[in-house]
Each structure stands twice: as structure tokens, then as C-alpha cells.
Design a protein around this ligand. Structure first.
Ligand SMILES: [Ca+2]
Ligand SMILES: [Ca+2]
Length: 155
């Protein structure tokens, strides 16, 4: 387990169905206490193996942590104990398919993917968010990912 050297949260994120460079991805962490989000930490970079470290400002205690990636549904991790420095080992596997980034996989995502279907990076209709697997092409593999997650909501 990583040694924390400030008030930090740390863990490892698995991005489902993502073939691209994980170090190009970021996540947003939301810290919840007493039913309210008390801190939002945006743009937390992932390493090539999906690990992250983020600074926070919360006192020691028990919290819930939400983790969201760009095309990945939000995941709730409950009962995370922050000590004086924070917490490590906040790990999650995130479900892919949210092209629009609104925390659900539905018809709007299908529409966005359809508009970009058959495109490659550099094409006028290419949409990086529709390239769900990160292979720089919007094609059948991306459609399969979306279809597999269709109708799901993030936490
Ligand atoms: Ca969506
Ligand atoms: Ca793709």
C-alpha cells in the first residue's frame, strides 16, 4: 500500500474496455459526508497502470467517495476511513459507455456514437468521447461497449 505524505487519497482505477493510454485519462473524486458532497477533486490524473493520488482537505473520519471518469459511469465507494493523512486503497472498476458524460448510458450516447461512426482520429466527424475503447477509431467495438452498458446509470 502506498505511503501517503500529505492529506491524500490514493488507489487504482480499472477503466473497463479501455485499450488506450490510461495516463491520458483523469477522474473526478467527490467526497461525501452526512449526505452532502463536501469536496470535489477534478482532473485527477491516472498513471499508465491506473493508479492515482489526489490531495484533499478533510479531517479524519468516515466518508463515502464517488469516482467518475469521462465516458465512465460514476462509482460509489462507501465507508472509507480517512486517517490524519487520508486514505489509500480506494480502488474501483468503472463501467464504460457514457459518451455524453451525464452519468447514464442511453439514447443520447447512441446518437453521438452514430454521428461519429466509421470515423478515425482527424476526420471531421471524429469524436474522441465516442471512441470508447481508445483505439482512435469509432467503430463496431465502441458500439458493442455502449450496447453492453445501455440503460445503466452511475451511482
Ligand atoms: Ca450519457
Ligand atoms: Ca474505438
Amino acid at each position: 500500500m502506498r505511503q501517503l505524505d500529505a492529506r491524500q487519497l490514493a488507489g487504482r482505477i480499472t477503466l473497463s474496455d479501455w485499450l488506450g493510454d490510461t495516463s491520458t485519462k483523469t477522474v473526478t473524486l467527490e467526497v461525501e459526508s452526512g449526505g452532502s458532497i463536501v469536496e470535489t477533486i477534478s482532473g485527477v490524473p491516472l498513471t499508465a497502470i491506473g493508479t492515482y493520488v489526489a490531495n484533499h482537505t478533510q479531517a479524519a473520519g468516515g466518508y463515502n467517495v464517488y469516482i467518475k471518469g469521462d465516458t465512465f459511469l460514476r462509482k460509489l465507494i462507501t465507508g472509507v476511513t480517512f486517517d490524519a493523512l487520508g486514505a489509500a486503497g480506494i480502488n474501483a472498476t468503472l463501467i464504460n459507455g457514457d459518451v455524453s458524460g451525464n452519468n447514464e448510458v442511453g439514447p443520447e450516447d447512441f446518437s453521438l456514437l452514430s454521428l461519429a461512426f466509421g470515423s478515425f482520429q482527424g476526420d471531421p466527424n471524429y469524436n474522441a468521447a465516442a471512441d470508447l475503447n481508445g483505439d482512435l477509431e469509432v467503430g463496431p467495438a465502441d458500439f458493442s461497449i455502449l450496447a453492453g452498458s445501455f440503460g445503466q446509470f452511475g451511482d
